[in-house]
Design a protein around this ligand. Structure first.
Ligand code: GAF
Length: 389
């Protein structure tokens, strides 16, 4: 249970007592099971929301100012909704400023608020603390304005904030799952139509183990935007033979094999990753529906190799965690999760083997990199919501 009583008293200490009492909101981080770097190619993704995320204590104001206190950083910031924000300060407040302006401009005019934010999802671990901050803030501001939150519109506002106020041309996956996840399920999202289906996670003795390299994801923004541009270049080159394609989502594995000669390196490998990852994601979702965990696990490892060699977004720490995990008895598969260049891996592990797997991975990783990885197990959390007092 989140200690909202404690957070409320910290809110009072910072902003003064309020009547009516401030409200508490929560939005989760995520771990992606499979479908990496497919979202901005109009493809498929299969993320799971974590039980961890960002909690906000929020009270409305009579003006259009947002005052926000980050408990984790012990920093305060102020935003004026009537002044165009610029963002791109490289600070946490960019996410808040961005989503507040985007919600205000695109969904509904909102009023000012005093906010306290506190997170329990680690920053820089590739688990979407930033999307949780965007979605939690947007959800709180819309709720204070009396709106019934349109969760897909909120996810799009969060994505737009990240493009304009942060400078990452991200896809929709992180915001979509933080806004819309169902507890105990993965969310299969078609990132073109934005339609989503909750796919129940195995109820049997299989755990989703997240392992943090403790290497903060470096190069993430610049390399991320480069990959996205490479995919767009791939589409433009393939359109000379396939004029009807709009995105790499439209390229089948057969069409890719037929027209691969149109693509120079490294575009060829970038496109191959996206085309094969899209196919893997859909078959992994089918396997998950059937409870075929061995097949899901096999697709994890194929995904990782493709991200490692074709998309080139892995790093030695992520590769080591994957190789160490899949060498252990009871592990069905492992892969890097999220944007890459650091962050975390996700593994499917027999519950009875969990302790032994974590001990073996911890020891070997620490010997090699001089730092202990950290672990968490998720059963799939729910999307953004208001918390009871
Ligand atoms: C980051 C982005 F924010 C997502 O949109 C997605 O592209 C992911 O990297 C890679 O799959 O988390």
């Amino acid at each position: 249970m989140r200690d909202t009583a404690n957070l409320r008293s910290r809110f009072h200490a910072r902003f003064g007592a309020r009547t009516p009492a401030p409200r508490a909101f929560f939005a989760p981080g995520r771990v992606n099971l499979i479908g990496e770097h497919t979202d901005y190619n109009d493809g498929f993704v299969l993320p799971v929301a974590l039980e961890l995320g960002i909690t906000l204590i929020a009270a409305p104001r009579d003006d259009r100012r947002i005052r926000v206190y980050s408990q984790d950083l012990d920093q305060t910031a102020e935003i004026d909704l009537d002044r165009p924000g610029t963002g791109n300060s490289g600070q946490w407040v960019d996410y808040i400023e961005g989503v507040a302006h985007m919600v205000d401009a695109r969904i509904q005019r909102i009023r000012g608020a005093d906010l306290l934010v506190a997170g329990d999802v680690p920053w820089g671990a590739g688990l979407s603390s930033s999307a949780a901050l965007e979605i939690g803030t947007g959800f709180a501001l819309l709720s204070l304005a009396g709106a019934t939150v349109d969760r897909v519109a909120l996810a799009l506002a969060g994505q737009a904030a990240e493009h304009t106020f942060v400078g990452t041309r991200c896809g929709i996956m992180d915001q979509r799952v933080s806004a819309c996840a169902r507890a105990g399920s993965a969310l299969l999202v078609d990132c073109r139509s934005l339609a989503a289906e909750a796919v129940p996670l195995p109820s049997g003795p299989v755990a989703i183990l997240v392992t943090d390299t403790r290497k903060k994801h470096a190069l993430a923004t610049s390399e991320y935007n480069t990959r996205r541009a490479e995919c767009e270049r791939g589409v433009a080159l393939l359109q000379s033979a396939l004029p009807d394609i709009r995105a790499l989502r439209d390229v089948t594995e057969a069409a890719f094999a037929e027209h691969a000669s149109l693509l120079p390196e490294p575009i060829l490998r970038r496109v191959r990753h996206v085309v094969t990852e899209n196919a893997r994601t859909q078959s992994a979702a089918d396997a998950l529906r059937l409870g075929d965990i061995a097949a899901v696990g096999a697709s994890f490892l194929a995904s990782h190799r493709s991200l490692q060699h074709d998309y080139e977004v892995s790093c030695p720490e992520l590769d080591a965690l994957v190789d160490l995990a899949v060498a252990q008895p009871g592990v069905y598969g492992a892969r890097m999760t999220g944007g890459g260049f650091g962050g975390s891996t996700v593994s499917l592990v027999d519950e009875s083997a969990l302790d032994a797997v974590m001990a073996a991975v911890r020891d070997a990783y620490q010997r090699r990199f001089g730092v202990e990885p950290s672990f968490l197990v998720t059963r799939g959390g729910a999307g953004a919501r208001e918390l009871d007092g």
